[in-house]
Design a protein around this ligand. Structure first.
Ligand code: ADP
Ligand code: MG
Length: 392
């Protein structure tokens, strides 16, 4: 259990990778965290509410200046350097992992940021955010690159603007139709706080989440079941939400409240109704979680987390047996609440648990997965951690 290499080592690793690429020292290293979504799932693209926090695992971006107009990137993730000229980048298309990096630059040009007088850069990426685990390695890479470029190119963009840029990179350059949750969580993360985001107004607020002071921790259980955001179930769920909104005569599901559900049940087919019901009730649960955190504290949000999981399992139908087993086992071993987190169809579940029950629950999850014949999960703890920063 526990987390990966210490942060300073990872910044050094990114800088060393850059030097291996171009024989020059890094001019700086920037980093941004992955995220766990405490509650508010599949609400972001419905203009609803989300409540994520930045995690300890981060992605580091080492940068050195070039004197031409080429951007080159290397990742310890793939071992292969890719490059693109800044001239004409607004019309370029990208493939593979480098789309997350070049896509950020493309999205800057789409936004009208003038890069005509900017010099190229060499970038090297190193990360300890597990990929495809529902912890948003994709936003971490986008946000680390965007933070680095915002500073060295002196763009002066605030976190809300950078989040938009990173989201466009993921939506268009990568082709994954995700909302703005992940990028905002990474860019606005703050140690000891969760980020409460209204995806309609794009206003965000940090909400105290002093888990350690309350004797609590968040156990993350990565099932290693792979999800594919860019295709399949995620797109189908988005389409169902749009269909539901259209029939109900609202622009997005944000326009509906729990009081509208009986009418929705009358007008919609059963599957669409249950998709809509999840989103509408999940928005309510996020608001209630924020109010509860402000009032009674984190020990009182367990039932909201559990209700969120049940809604995703039964109504939105994005859980898998591995996630259900992780949730049930953690609950049987001391968790206050637990739910799957992230887009679904695999990835991770989280459990809010008293520190003294953490080891017992982690052991129990490993045992239960072995007994069920599932792939061995990775189980570790997270605490609300710092947002983007310059490390070197
Ligand atoms: P998640 O965001 O939940 O981890 P995604 O499917 O959204 O999952 O993003 C994972 C993708 O992000 C990877 O397949 C890869 O293309 C890219 N990626 C993640 N981390 C890195 C990295 N360190 N270097 C290069 N690409 C990365
Ligand atoms: Mg992602």
């Amino acid at each position: 259990m526990g987390n990966d290499a210490p942060a300073t080592d990872m910044a050094t690793e990114a800088a060393a990778a850059l030097t291996a690429l171009n024989g020059k020292p890094a001019d700086g290293v920037w980093s941004a965290p992955g995220r766990v979504n405490l509650i508010g799932e599949h609400t972001d693209y419905n203009d609803g509410f989300v409540l994520p926090f930045g995690i300890e695992q981060r992605t580091w971006c080492a940068l050195s200046h070039r004197d031409d107009r080429i951007v080159r990137v290397y990742s310890t993730f793939s071992g292969e350097a890719r490059e693109v000229p800044l001239d004409g980048i607004e019309d370029a298309t990208f493939d593979g992992w480098s789309a997350y990096v070049f896509g950020v630059i493309w999205a800057l040009t789409e936004r009208g940021v003038d890069l005509a007088d900017k010099a190229g850069v060499d970038l090297a990426i190193a990360s300890n955010v597990p990929s495809g685990a529902g912890l948003s390695s994709s936003a971490a890479i986008e946000c680390s690159v965007a933070t680095a470029l915002n500073e060295v190119w002196d763009l002066g963009l605030d976190s809300a603007a950078l989040a938009k840029v990173c989201q466009r990179a993921e939506n268009v350059a990568v082709g994954a139709p995700t909302g703005i949750l992940d990028q905002t969580a990474s860019l606005r993360a703050l140690e000891g706080f969760a980020v409460f985001l209204d995806c309609e107004s794009l206003e965000s607020e940090t909400i105290p989440l002093p888990l350690a002071d309350e004797g609590l921790t968040v156990l993350v259980m990565n099932t290693h079941v792979e999800h594919a955001h860019a295709t399949g179930g995620y797109g189908e769920r988005r389409a169902a939400c749009e269909r539901g909104a259209e029939v109900m005569g609202v622009t997005t599901l944000r326009g509906l409240t729990v009081a509208d559900l009986p009418k929705a049940q009358e007008l919609l087919d059963d599957v669409t109704y249950r998709r809509v019901k999840h989103v509408v009730t999940e928005n309510d649960r996020v608001l209630e979680t924020v109010a509860t955190l402000r009032g009674k504290g984190a020990r009182a949000i367990g039932d909201l987390l559990l209700a969120s999981h049940a809604s995703m399992r039964d109504d939105f139908e994005i859980s898998v047996p591995e996630l259900d087993l992780a949730v049930e086992t953690a609950m049987a071993h001391g968790a206050i609440g637990a739910r799957m987190t992230g887009g679904g169809f695999g990835g991770s579940a989280i459990a809010l648990i008293p520190v003294e029950r953490r080891d017992e629950a982690a052991e129990a999850v490993l045992t239960a997965f072995a007994a069920a014949g599932y792939t061995t999960p990775t189980v570790f703890t997270e605490k609300p951690s710092q947002g983007p920063r310059r490390d070197v």
